[in-house]
Design a binder for this molecule. Structure first.
Ligand code: ATP
Ligand code: MG
Length: 300
């Protein structure tokens, strides 16, 4: 039984108003009330791929909207494999992936939205940002010593770097930026792949124990576990302050990878359906021109 209503399927995970948002109310191993087996989930994912490919073609043809998908998560939640699985059916020409690491010296010479703005998807395209400007209110908030490298004015217009007001101002800047993007024709969809601390431990152990996965292991990621609660608090603040109907957050249970992928896929489908994308309609004149071209072609 295919998923008829993608929006309904992902409704339990969609956050459009932050006021009452509590991360603790979102389980990392939930199936959102759906009764599904892993095998069924995998079949549904294949079906979703076809649907998404068709929608992406319409997005491209309509050339009016762009779609910005932001992926945020703790280490080993599965951002990379989600991108791989969910986008595997999409025409590579209509899709751009960009990963954001610790900022370069050139990036540090600009405001914190600059590097993201430089990599926004063009009209008609899907852009995936693997991490984003949200890192500026997540990893940087957890480790405020990173602010030093940003050389912000200490007695400027904004609040003192690192103060509570400072983080509120950053979140406000992000919310304003996303409202601007939405008005200009960018559909912003934000994902938090929500994995449990215990599941992360298992996945990090696998990276140590399985030689094929050794390359994924980074000792720093284990050290970051000590800051788990700080990260969760920072995520909660970020979602509370930036969830909006025009830029929804999806808090996706990530302990079961197959379900996480299926939920992300359906969230993208649901948001794109809302855009009511249609193939461009030809005017009467253009239709006449087509008929004339047909005639000329047959006679040639
Ligand atoms: P991932 O962990 O996402 O799979 P990766 O392991 O390939 O990616 P890393 O070298 O771990 O890549 O790069 C991501 C690191 O960059 C993360 O630790 C992240 O917190 C950090 N980072 C991203 N943006 C910023 C930022 N604005 N300021 C400081 N650190 C940042
Ligand atoms: Mg990493």
């Amino acid at each position: 039984m295919p998923i008829k209503d993608a929006a309904k399927f992902v409704a339990p995970f969609r956050v459009t108003s932050g006021k009452k948002f509590k991360l603790a109310e979102h389980a990392t191993d939930s199936l959102g009330g759906h009764e599904l087996t892993k095998e069924e989930g995998k079949l549904l994912l294949e079906e979703g791929k076809l649907r998404l490919a068709e929608m992406q073609e319409r997005l491209y043809a309509a050339d009016q909207w762009s779609v910005l998908i932001i992926l945020q998560a703790m280490d080993a939640a599965g951002k990379d494999s989600t991108i791989e699985h969910v986008m595997s059916g999409v025409n590579p020409q209509g899709c751009q992936v960009h990963s954001f690491k610790a900022p370069s010296s050139e990036e540090l010479d600009h405001d914190f939205l600059w590097r993201s703005a430089k990599n926004l998807p063009e009209r008609g395209r899907i852009g995936i940002h693997n991490r984003s400007y949200y890192e500026e209110v997540l990893v940087v908030r957890v480790h405020p010593e990173f602010l030093k490298a940003q050389r912000l004015p200490l007695d400027g217009v904004g609040s003192t770097p690192g103060s509570d007001e400072f983080w509120d101002e950053r979140l406000e800047a992000i919310a304003d930026h996303e409202r601007h993007l939405a008005r200009a024709g960018t559909k912003v969809i934000k994902f938090f792949l929500h994995v449990s601390k215990e599941e992360q431990k298992q996945r990090q152990l696998e990276r140590i124990d399985d030689p094929v996965k050794n390359w994924k292991f980074n000792a720093r990621d284990v050290e970051e576990r000590a800051f788990w609660d700080d990260y969760m608090a920072a995520y909660e603040q970020a979602i509370r302050n930036t969830a909006a109907p025009h830029a929804p957050w999806y808090v996706i249970p990530a302990d079961r990878k197959w379900f996480m992928r299926l939920a992300v896929m359906n969230a993208i489908i649901a948001e794109m359906e809302e855009l009511k994308l249609e193939y461009p309609q030809l005017s009467k004149e253009e239709t006449k021109k087509l008929a004339a071209a047909r005639k000329a072609l047959l006679a040639s």
